[in-house]
Write a protein that binds this ligand. Structure first.
Ligand code: ZN
Length: 155
């Protein structure tokens, strides 16, 4: 999770979310961070980019035996991609009560109607992962407020 957090720090000006993929021996085969704003790509979440890199590293789409570690609970798109990748396990930091799809809002990773289920371990270094995202949004709100005040004051 330390490596995923380090990736998350690289994401600015995007929301700080980082991910790494480990193979069955525990070696890191992919690492990525959220690039949605930077790339102008609605699908450029850290998990998707890390899965793509892991697929290239292994030379195949099937990531059985691998574990994805990410700082925030995956959304519906990313949880769906984890199922499609047939990944064994996802370990995440902060729970996401708004869009989380690994048990919070919905449970795509454990959906018995799908052809693969992903083992989930959430809440790892939850405090560190959550604080980083909360601070990001607090700074964004403060900057917007400052801009509004500056505009009102005719600056
Ligand atoms: Zn996502």
């Amino acid at each position: 999770m330390g490596l995923a957090l380090a990736q998350a720090r690289l994401a600015l000006p995007d929301v700080p979310i980082g991910a790494v993929v480990l193979d069955e021996t525990g070696e890191v085969i992919a690492s990525a961070y959220n690039r949605r704003e930077v790339d102008g790509d609605p699908t450029a979440h850290a998990e998707i980019l890390a899965l793509r890199e892991a697929g290239v590293a292994r030379g195949r789409w099937h990531l059985g035996g691998c574990t994805l570690v990410v700082t925030l609970e995956p959304c519906t798109m990313c949880a769906g991609a984890l199922v499609l990748a047939r990944i064994d396990r996802v370990v995440f930091g902060a729970w996401d009560p708004k869009t989380g799809a690994a048990g919070s809002v919905r449970d795509v990773t454990g959906d018995g109607l799908l052809n693969h289920r992903v083992e989930v371990r959430g809440g790892v270094l939850e405090e560190d992962c959550g604080v980083m995202i909360k601070e990001f949004f607090a700074e964004k709100r403060a900057a917007r407020k400052a801009a509004r005040l500056a505009e009102r004051d005719g600056a």
